[in-house]
Design a binder for this molecule. Structure first.
Ligand SMILES: Nc1ncnc2c1ncn2[C@@H]1O[C@H](COP(=O)(O)OP(=O)(O)OP(=O)(O)O)[C@@H](O)[C@H]1O
Length: 450
């Protein structure tokens, strides 16, 4: 299977070529001129271009300059040796004379694709050698992500406690998983606990277990999640939300390597490696008395800081393609690609909900799209959709950003849509609105939305 772009102004020829190639399982896109191909398609994503020589506007050979890395076959009904030689001099891989014989055409196509595949294999081998991409499943080549990979590789094999910092949706859990998988404990369990999701009244018993009758409702004794992580990794997400009493117990685990179940005085030995994550500024929580200073120093041995997506401009195309492939495979959809305009929109948008927001937008687009090309409207991107970090002041805080986004979009979006585009839940949107003093405006059409 390959992605092939046909540039041909005669509809009949375009359609017959399309049918021929689709029978061979190739995915075909069409354009009727070089100009429209350049305008509408992300040319770099094709494995092969077949372009007619004589087209309205620029000649087919003009595409060679626009997509120098994509093998191109030029079709010509003026099959003179001269035009063929000229096309190849300009960089065409091969040429086909019209009217073409189907078998001959397919042979030329397969030959071109084979060359391309070999070239790709060589490039991939070279890239594997050159590229510092040591953590599978985590896409990124920007400077900040290279630092992240470097730290993961260095600290993973140790037992050092790691604090992963970053806004919501930046990949903190992915990093925790990578730390576990690259450690000597990878055969042991990895237990993930979202401290914000467990009510304060239950969290101690959940984490540290309890003895029979330790509190009302504690019918039998139960092992806690920390004990379940024995011999493996404990990932405490949103550690800033941990109540003070639970913080004290956790400190004991880190200092003494032992836990006490709620209602028991008998310590139990545990061997866990802690990875903690938060989107909050823990030093501020310490100053406010909401986080124990001794625990903060204990967990802040090695910090891994994930950049927000709006600061990872150069990573966006690769990341978007990776997430598209993942969503497509999961949803068992046919091969798909972004149009040029969509890719430009992805680059320009601010992604306040980070990678999770991008992932959600792409998954939705895969479900909704009837075509193999994802357009900006399907992705839910409108021009000027969000305040652009390029034009915003460099020191814009996430909260200012959130405020600007909500104010700019609340009149034409429902709350559900706003939350989706921010990559957060409706409840989180509501809470943020309360905290930042931007209450929701009454809207008639949302009354049934809840
Ligand atoms: N660099 C990346 N490459 C590929 N996928 C990524 C990357 N970063 C994040 N993702 C994907 O984005 C989604 C969100 O990531 P993750 O859950 O790790 O974020 P998080 O920072 O832990 O979010 P939260 O703080 O809201 O829990 C996941 O599906 C993850 O696989």
């Amino acid at each position: 299977m390959a992605y092939v772009l046909i540039i041909e102004d005669e509809n009949v020829i375009r359609q017959s070529l399309r049918r021929l190639l689709e029978k061979r399982q190739h995915v075909v896109a069409e354009a009727d001129s070089v100009e429209s191909a350049v305008r509408e398609q992300d040319l770099t994503g094709f494995d092969l271009i077949i372009a007619d020589l004589r087209l309205p506007g620029a000649d087919g050979t003009a595409i060679l300059e626009r997509a120098p890395d994509v093998p191109t076959i030029i079709m010509t009904s003026y099959a003179s040796v001269r035009s063929a030689v000229e096309a190849m001099k300009l960089g065409a891989l091969d040429y086909i004379a019209k009217p073409f014989d189907n078998d001959e055409l397919l042979l030329t196509v397969e030959r071109a694709l084979k060359e391309k595949r070999l070239e790709r294999q060589n490039a991939a081998l070279k890239a594997d050698l050159d590229r510092d991409y040591p953590v599978s499943g985590i896409v990124g080549t920007c400077k900040a992500m290279r630092d992240v990979f470097d730290r993961i590789t260095r600290v993973a094999p140790t037992t050092t406690t790691v604090l992963v910092l970053g806004e919501s949706g930046t990949g903190k859990e992915l990093v925790a998983r990578a730390l576990h998988e690259k450690s000597e404990r990878s055969d042991g369990p990895m237990i993930t606990v979202n401290c914000a999701a467990i009510p304060d009244s239950l969290i101690e018993a959940e984490l540290f277990g309890h003895e029979k009758g330790a509190f009302t409702g504690a019918v039998g004794a139960r092992q806690g999640l920390v004990e379940s992580a024995d011999g493996g990794t404990l990932f405490l997400d949103e550690i800033g939300e941990l109540p003070l009493a639970a913080q004290a117990r956790l400190l004991r685990v880190l200092q003494e390597g032992e836990i006490r179940r709620v209602g028991s005085s008998r310590p139990r030995h545990v061997d866990v490696r802690l990875v903690a994550a938060t989107h909050r500024d823990l030093s501020r929580l310490v100053s406010a008395g909401d986080f124990r200073e001794d625990l903060y120093f204990r967990i802040n041995v090695m910090e891994i800081r994930l950049p927000p997506l709006r600061e990872r401009g150069e990573d966006l195309p690769d990341l978007a393609r990776h997430l598209l492939e993942r969503a497509r495979k999961r949803l068992k959809s046919p091969p798909m690609r972004f149009s040029n305009e969509t890719m430009e929109g992805i680059r320009r948008y601010g992604w306040p909900g980070n990678v999770r927001e991008l992932e959600n937008a792409i998954e939705r687009a895969v479900i909704l799209s009837d075509s193999t090309v994802i357009t900006p409207d399907i992705l839910g991107l409108r021009p000027d959709d969000a305040p652009q970090p390029d034009t915003a002041s460099p020191g814009l805080s996430l909260e200012d950003y959130f405020r600007q986004f909500v104010l700019a979009n609340q009149d034409h979006c429902t709350e559900t849509e706003l939350a989706r585009r921010l990559g957060i839940s409706r409840k989180a949107l509501w809470e943020k609105r309360q905290r930042l003093g931007i209450p929701r405006r009454p809207r008639m059409e949302e009354s049934q939305e809840g």
